[in-house]
Design a protein around this ligand. Structure first.
Ligand SMILES: Nc1ncnc2c1ncn2[C@@H]1O[C@H](COP(=O)(O)OP(=O)(O)OP(=O)(O)O)[C@@H](O)[C@H]1O
Length: 276
């Protein structure tokens, strides 16, 4: 295996008594699609924050494309090729969809003029938002807001795309639409790390899955092997046949057990209502 795109080396991070990463080591290869699952509070979003630079590990190092970026600030990591979404999309509500992505092209990808415009149109095409280019972000329904969140991250021209629960709160057909978008991005060669409680969306998309719990990697393997792992069942899924995971019938159970997911969904809906 060649040089990893991303490498987390012996990362440890605690908030008081809560340890969100304990001597955690993890690599992502160029073009790989990796899914991350785990119970609420496992440290998944904190891991993204340490990759994107929003959070500094207490110890350990973050490497991107062979360069240590542990002390590189978030905006510089974006410029270096790390793009991320956030669980609750917060676009510029009064700017159009086009303008929201254009800003990311200017600021994140350092593009200018016609090049920035062409890049933005390309991103809107790839995320199925071209028809909504002139719609103010504040008028978008939840699926379109999630697409815009992905589009804004893509606007920064990443080689590594971090997706944080972009399927949360969507209906089943909407989840499938989003899966198609992510699959296309991966097929283009983009490396993707996707945190998601909608497990079947991950199973359809990623080649490898990691389960985090209590700051530790408790499983790292092909998705179906991870979902069949007794530790993963005990700490995350709560038992049940692994076959349920592949066809999606276990999603409700996963959502129920992952207490905060329902709250995130409520947040998203509330966010949507206040902005529409
Ligand atoms: N800035 C912070 N200050 C204090 N505690 C924090 C901070 N950020 C996260 N935590 C705590 O760290 C733990 C892990 O949070 P994190 O959001 O990383 O978990 P998660 O696995 O992403 O959970 P979820 O599935 O609910 O999104 C939680 O107990 C959270 O309250």
């Amino acid at each position: 295996m060649g040089e990893p795109l991303l490498r987390l080396d012996d990362i440890t991070k605690s908030f008081g008594k809560v340890t969100v990463a304990r001597d955690l080591t993890l690599s992502v290869q160029p073009g790989e699609a990796l899914g991350i699952v785990g119970p609420n509070g496992a440290g998944k979003s904190s891991l993204f924050a340490m990759i994107s630079g929003d959070l500094r590990p207490d110890s350990g190092a973050v490497w991107f494309e062979g360069r240590e970026v542990t002390d590189v600030p978030p905006h510089a990591r974006t410029r270096a090729g790390i793009g991320r979404t956030y669980q609750v999309p917060r676009p510029f509500e009064h700017l159009t969809v086009f303008e929201n992505v254009l800003v990311c092209g200017y600021q994140g990808a350092a593009l200018k003029g016609k090049e920035a415009w062409a890049h933005t149109m390309g991103v809107l095409d790839r995320t199925g938002l071209a028809d909504l280019a002139n719609t103010p972000a504040g008028r978008l329904a939840l699926l379109q807001r999630k697409r815009l969140e992905v589009a804004r991250a893509l606007g920064t021209g990443p080689r590594l795309l971090l997706l944080d629960e972009v399927a949360g709160g969507l209906t089943e057909p909407e989840v499938l639409e989003l899966v198609e978008v992510v699959k296309h991005l991966h097929a283009e060669g983009l490396a993707i790390v996707w945190i998601e409680h909608v497990v079947h969306a991950l199973v359809k998309t990623v080649g490898r899955m990691v389960c985090l719990a209590g700051g530790d990697v408790i499983a790292d393997d092909e998705p179906m092997r991870v979902l069949a792992d007794p530790k993963v069942r005990e700490l995350y899924l709560g038992g049940g046949p692994e076959a349920d995971m592949a066809d999606g019938t276990a999603d409700d159970r996963v959502d129920d057990r992952a207490d905060g997911t329902a709250d995130d969904r409520a947040d998203d809906r509330a966010d949507e209502e206040t902005t529409s």
